[in-house]
Design a protein around this ligand. Structure first.
Ligand code: SAM
Length: 231
């Protein structure tokens, strides 16, 4: 999996992705991160990539030409490698809200391009030209698309073969089967007078499985009953 990120803040993306599990996957060549600084494709020597909105109003808008040229630098490389055109994800509060099913779908791609906006957003014309998917991470407005891109790359990475090892892998996690995961416990057996449920110490795998299934259903009914409507 190659993650290409078009951004004004490559260091934000790199620092985060090079940490912990995604960092290990990058070191082991299981995933590859390619950040492209949109500012490097500015038309003027000051590296300015934003301008006032036509029609007036508050804020600045990212210009189409530098964004397009930055994208083309990725597309040209992909074309040379005889690969198919990648999906281009624009992070925007106006997109479809990201979920685990979308993460699974994106994890099957060989390569993805994330486009991070800033200020009031990006000139609509370049979005029309290059974007294949508009994705939001929730109904709130952030200052830029970098954190949403990181959220998406983190969850997609976990689904790429070889990224998780036995220690951190988990098949039956929340949203598997439209349910939330059961509660988890580790040592010590007693903490501030609270005990680990007895069944988990019983060594009876069948009973443990049954308990976990029940707890998972109970928790989903309590916290996210809407998930059960989807099954
Ligand atoms: N003016 C835009 C609007 O009202 O739809 C919001 C622009 S926002 C301040 C700046 C950038 O942050 C956006 O271009 C987008 O890339 C990113 N962004 C903000 N909130 C987001 C969210 N919930 N999900 C994904 N991206 C988001």
């Amino acid at each position: 999996m190659i993650f290409n990120v078009l951004t004004l803040f490559p260091e934000l993306i790199e620092n985060s992705m090079n940490t912990s599990i995604t960092g290990r996957a990058i070191k082991n060549d299981i995933i590859k991160l390619n950040t492209v600084n949109i500012r490097d494709f500015a038309e003027n020597k000051h590296g300015q990539v934003d301008d006032y909105p036509y029609g007036g109003g508050a804020g600045m808008v990212m210009q189409a030409p530098p964004v397009y040229r930055a994208y083309k630098s990725i597309e040209d490389r992909i074309q040379k490698e005889n690969k198919k055109k990648p999906r281009v994800i624009y992070l925007t509060p106006q997109g479809k809200v990201f979920n685990q099913k979308m993460a699974e779908e994106f994890s099957k791609e060989e390569e993805l391009v994330f486009l991070c906006g800033h200020y009031e957003g990006i000139d609509e014309r370049v979005l029309e030209l290059i974007v294949t998917d508009n994705v939001s991470i929730g109904d709130y407005v952030l200052t830029g698309g970098e954190l949403p891109a990181l959220v998406m790359m983190d969850s997609i990475s976990r689904l790429v073969d070889g990224v998780l090892n036995n220690k951190d892998s988990s098949v039956y996690e929340s949203f598997y089967d439209n349910k939330l995961e059961y509660p988890q416990y580790t040592r010590p057996e007693e903490f501030m007078g609270m005990h680990v449920p007895k069944v988990l110490l019983s060594g009876d795998h069948k009973k443990v499985d049954e308990w976990r299934k029940e707890e998972s259903l109970k928790r989903t009914l309590e916290r996210r009953p809407d998930l059960l409507d989807e099954s």
